[in-house]
Design a protein around this ligand. Sequence first.
Ligand code: ZN
Length: 395
Amino acid sequence: MSFLLKIFMVTLFFSSCGSDVKPSPRRDMEIKDRQSDMGEDVFVDLDDQKDLGVSADGRTQDMMDMGAQDETLLLEVNADLNNGVSKDIEFTVPEEAKAVFVQVIGRGAQAFTLSSWKNGDKSELVTENWVDTTTGSLCKECPNRVFVSEAVSISMAPNNDKVELKPGVHHIRVWGINAEENPLNTQVLIRVKMRNTTPPENASLLLNLHFSGAYNLTAQSAQSDRTFQSALNIMKDVYKQGKINVKVNYFDIDPSFQIIPDIGTPNSDLLKLFAINKPEADPNGINIFFVKELQSSTPVRGKSGGIPGPLFHGSLMSGVAIALKHKVTDGFVIAHELGHYLGLFHSSERPQTMIHDQLSDTLENDDTNLMFYEVAGSKLSSSQYKVIRLNPWVQ
Ligand SMILES: [Zn+2]
């Protein structure tokens, strides 16, 4: 399996997010165009990494944890990948664990996933060596899905209502390749966290909103901009229906982040955007970055740093990016990307792929669901809210 294909597929999954392609007679042509782009991706030379100002280990200096009290660090260890795979890594999950998050932190232009995750009762959460036998970046057959992600890979279990997290000794293996499509020989940081409790019935979710100045939206002007506030209220309503009260803070970021070029290529400036870690931003809030444009071969309205995203700020995937260019008022795009960051896959990918999420109460190809690949809908199912509420960002 080549990096090119896997990274492309990741791009497909993410950039379908927020998406881009509206239903139109041209859709077939657009899909064809997209497929032909696959072979045209150009890799950034690895030497360019240093131009991004990213430290040698791919982490920014001030990467830190949120201060939530009901999450516990189960394991923090550097692991060596030899010929693309780590040794077996163990950690113990206590009885009270509600969810476990395996965070693999590497560099840009490298791609990672878990090639195995054994539950506390030895059953498989992630099917052993799936990555060697599956086409594409997503483990469709895994009881608990994972996928290949650039730089930072986060795997959450359970991420659907058909698997159960079992206490006991868990085993994982990390898999990785570089931009030259070769198995990695490198070191990654692994941080495993668990959530100990579920949030109260009336929960809260904090967001740090960051403004690049695109369309004159700044930390100050956004607070009174009627169009922006209306979009924000649409997003808040989606979460309010799941009894999650969204609160926001406002910050400015450098205007050089208004245009993010070539987000589909390895080590793009998108990673630099996600790594922004303003000391005044609340560590308990998810970072959302409002830019003018996320440039790609097809229009992209939003992108999440993972499914779910990292539980901390300052990594190359620590945030959600929203492109204001396509539709400034679309609060559903913000809600959708946030859904990814909290752990939701698309309820259905584009029909040709026949890929649907693993949740028992989401209908196939239901365009009223918020997580439909095109962001056509506004609703979340009760199991989708359940997954979201397992995430420590929801308190
Ligand atoms: Zn999406």
